[in-house]
Design a protein around this ligand. Sequence first.
Ligand code: NAD
Length: 294
Amino acid sequence: MAEIGFIGLGNMGGPMARNLMKQGHAVAAFDLAKDKLAQAQKDGAKACATAADAAKAEIVITMLPAGRHVREVYTGANGVLGVAPKGALLIDCSTVDVDSARAVAAAAGKAGFEMLDAPVSGGVSGADAATLTFMVGGSEAAFARAEPILRTMGKTVVHAGPSGAGTAAKICNNMILGVSMIAVGEAFALAHKLGLDPKKLFEISAKSSGQCWSLTTYCPEPGMVPAAPSNRDYKAGFTAAMMVKDLRLAQEAAASSGAATPLGAEAAALYAMFCNMGEAETDFSGIIKMLKGR
Ligand code: NAD
């Protein structure tokens, strides 16, 4: 069993750390928020007073909001890179910009550490049920070491390539998701105007070329997929604000790499508009309300 330092115990990190402990790993935890730290302690973790204390472990996992938090925790004053023991494996599971993922991994390499970017998909329910998908960037050797640990928190663990590749995969995947959710929402909005029974559109498209995850697993039209947030007044789930964050990361990556992503740009603009209507905390599938003119 491993000694794991876990930094960032929010909606995702909290249940991920809990799953590590359920499998018998020892977790030293830190979060700036006292209530999150207290919850982790209740779950069985050793509560640390600083990130540096938590980082004195053979494996350090971080699950933080964004790139600037990750840079600060690893490379800032008293950061992980200055205090982690020799040979520690560093795994960042946050969703960040590709440049931050690569810059922090390069700094870790310079300091003599192996580091992986390992963002996840599957949301809070996946974190809770240990069914997350991990997309991992870094060396083969580091991946081999991390894989059994990641499998205690997830069901699917894929080595995407070298440093930054996990983050790139996450950003590309969520751009597909943002665009496809809008496409499905528009189709149901049009069906309403045309007097087509939405149940019939669902029945047909679920078995036709329009089939996709946004339609058959997470349908934005209520009454089609029982577990979808559309049946709970679009209670998140995955918030529209988080979708904007991920679509903006995709746009930054497209701008810096020269990729053409016009639908990704449009999706980012539409989700920003939806958030500005006071819907930032609504599930991202709720964008169908805006498309229907409500
Ligand atoms: P969250 O805001 O609930 O948790 C982040 C935690 O980090 C907070 O508890 C915060 O106090 C802590 N934190 C911030 N700065 C810190 C610091 N310097 N030191 C220690 N702790 C610090 O966010 P979340 O929903 O858990 O998401 C975490 C990451 O996972 C994000 O990058 C997000 O985009 C990604 N993600 C979230 C979901 C989801 O459905 N929530 C799904 C996939 C990926």
